[in-house]
Write a protein that binds this ligand. Sequence first.
Ligand SMILES: NC(=O)c1ccc[n+]([C@@H]2O[C@H](COP(=O)([O-])OP(=O)(O)OC[C@H]3O[C@@H](n4cnc5c(N)ncnc54)[C@H](OP(=O)(O)O)[C@@H]3O)[C@@H](O)[C@H]2O)c1
Length: 267
Amino acid sequence: MRALVTGCQGFLGPFAVAALQRRGFAVVTTARRGGDAAVDLVGRGMVDAVLEAFAPDLVLHLAAQSRLDACERDPAAARLVNVVLPAELAGRLGSRLLAVSTDLVFDGRGAPYGERAPVAPLSVYGATKAEGEERVLAAGGRVARLPLLFGPDAHGRGASASLRRALLGGQTVPLYTNEYRTPLHAADAAAGLAELLPLCSGPAVVHLPGPERLSRWQFGQRFCAVHGLDASRLVPVECQDPLRPRDVALVGSWRAERSFATMLAEA
Ligand SMILES: NC(=O)c1ccc[n+]([C@@H]2O[C@H](COP(=O)([O-])OP(=O)(O)OC[C@H]3O[C@@H](n4cnc5c(N)ncnc54)[C@H](OP(=O)(O)O)[C@@H]3O)[C@@H](O)[C@H]2O)c1
């Protein structure tokens, strides 16, 4: 089976490619600035060109405008990537498309959120991802919602890498005590996505929650304890940002194989 991974140059991309290869897929990749085909997929005719060139059996769609600030600054551009692009892919591929979405489609007032919970996004990022989901599902595609991801990547991206860098650099790090997520190691998220990708007749929406519900502050404390870092540099702060939901803990039938402690040790 040939699997195409879009957005392969992002934080999750390399984890996803490795997980698919471990499951025996022949993997082809695309991103704006890298992969087997470096293309801007929102460009006219680009989706058809890439699908024709690679003829994938299945597509794992990761490409997104995932920066909250960039989405707020330019909602029209965010909508092109987060709504129009997955809709176009789903129109071509139906259930052979697995599009990745986010816990930020929820407003934080109804946690824990199961797969059937109604979406109510607070930010442009959340709203465009929610509309993207709706368009994908209407075209017969599938959606996997992910929580906050962490884990080491080659470029030092992700929640745990930036925390480690700041602490080792002697900085104090403000962390929200009132923003709860179900964080998941990117390798475990990728393993879950690789498991789901071939299940074309499976459920249309699947959640991949991490094993525990934690605030960012609790995450920082646990991370410091596991890695012997100085937790006294973590500063507890209350989030007041109206665009950030306070509790978007996910639940679902999928379970990560590893415990949170094991994931943290590898972060
Ligand atoms: N990271 C998290 O904690 C998290 C949590 C929940 C859900 N998610 C979702 O998981 C997916 C992957 O997240 P991520 O953190 O890996 O994202 P990321 O680091 O922001 O990477 C996004 C990828 O999309 C590509 N891309 C963006 N616009 C494109 C376009 N117009 N044409 C082609 N490629 C384009 C980028 O290519 P270039 O790098 O070449 O520009 C990059 O490879 C996203 O759908 C995101 O919404 C992520």
